[in-house]
Design a protein around this ligand. Sequence first.
Ligand SMILES: [Zn+2]
Length: 444
Amino acid sequence: MYSENDLIPKKYAVTLTLEPESGELEAETVLTLNVRSDTSIEFDLHEIFEINSLRIDGSTVDHSTEDNEPTPVNPASKKVKIADGWKGNKEETVEVKISYSGKLKDIPEFETMEDQKIGLDDRITEDHIELACYSTWYPYFGFGYDFDIDLKLDLPSHLISVCSGRKVSSKKEGERRIERWKASKDNDIVVVASPDFKRRTIDGPFGEFSVYYTRLPEDFVKKEMEEISQAIQLYQDILGRSHISGTEFKNVYSPKEKGQGAFSRRGMIVYSEGYILEQLEEDPEMSIFKWNAHEIAHFWWNIGSGQSDWINEAFAEYFSTLALEEIISEDKLEEYIEKYEEFVRELPEDAPSISEVEPYNSGDNYTIRYYKAPLMLHELRYKMGKKEFIRSSKDFYDKYKDTGVKTSDFKSFWSERLEEKNLTNTLEGWLTSKGGLPDDAGAE
Ligand SMILES: [Zn+2]
């Protein structure tokens, strides 16, 4: 279960040593943590890691652990609780220093077999390294916090790595290479590495954009880079520079065979290269423009956290259809809207409302977050007109990009816009109705 809590990670300074030959990881993490009053410190960590030392503000503390129920996103984690219930007695910041080591639990990649309930794409092998929040390889408090990262990565020198943020230094020491990566206001610490990575970079008006891949055909990569530049430019024209610009934008084709198709972080999209190659084999003309356009839209639309994460998905998805409409063909918009409606009509009557949908993609949540919520935006666009919808989207983004946005903010902002223009406000129905399309959808 997702819960908002009183522990907020502000900065991770991590020294990470990777031994792909044995599959082992060794980490020392210095975590700056905000603790609200009367809150015990506890966090998740990978189930089979061993904790070698744990200190708070310089003093060694005892801890206990208990296994967490596996979830689709965190299939192998345990809860680490500071013994004697260390409590913040006022709102304060503490430094948690923790050393730990171990291998990742052996869990097959997503989509490896049919009807697979639990999967894990995080890996430490000689062919391929991938680490993200899914394995809870660092002290984890749930998804959606903004924190700074200072990562010192120590790995065999023949591996080419790409991590969250920007590489600030790299030096070879014998058979090893020591790299330093820094990020600000990121929401995950991602490390991907391969001995075979190739990198292509373009320097556009929005900054640097790179693609990392191992086996993808060059033509595909070239076409993709052109399309992506166009999408970034379009979003930038609409919304202004992303609040996360300054980082290197990058698409990383992680050389896994199966796995989740893609996930998006601040300025960084990680695709399964195996999955894309499979699709290309079926259809060499296959385009992932729509997909890229969705993930890139998250460079802007990542302002809702917790339950309000649907706002990120609704806008990223709807903006990707806007990009299709603008860059590929106008017909594409209708095609997607029809597809969304088809899926939404099939929602069971008791499917959660948008204002209650959990920030996971399990069950009906995906349809609600990625199809029903964009249909609500589509209705806003048709009522207000495209120009006004786009202008209001920018105002909405500007208003909440630094503070974060809640479902209630969404409702009041867009209600105000509708009422200013004497348009019928159907947002209540859209946000609170269970099941498929609300009764008054499309009402004028
Ligand atoms: Zn998304």
